[in-house]
Design a protein. Structure first.
Length: 76
């Protein structure tokens, strides 16, 4: 049984973590300058970001399970 699909799934989570780390630094720098407005658009983008992560967690987990149900991973 191969662990490559699990590594791909965890790699996707690492990519999301890296993007969050970068975006958090940018938002902190912009808010430090005072050139920001936290309002409806900011909240909407936070909701979008959270929804993307939740969709990845649900459907990515489903993809990993389906990958292990394929013929090449069946025990003979």
């Amino acid at each position: 049984m191969s662990f490559i699909p699990i590594l791909q799934y965890l790699g996707g989570l690492a990519a999301f973590g890296f993007m969050y780390w970068i975006m958090d630094g940018v938002i902190t720098a912009i808010s430090g300058v005072g050139f920001h407005q936290t309002g409806d658009v900011y909240t909407l983008y936070n909701y979008f970001w959270s929804a993307i992560i939740v969709v990845y967690l649900i459907f990515g987990g489903y993809w990993v399970v389906r990958t292990y149900n394929e013929q090449e991973y069946m025990v003979r």
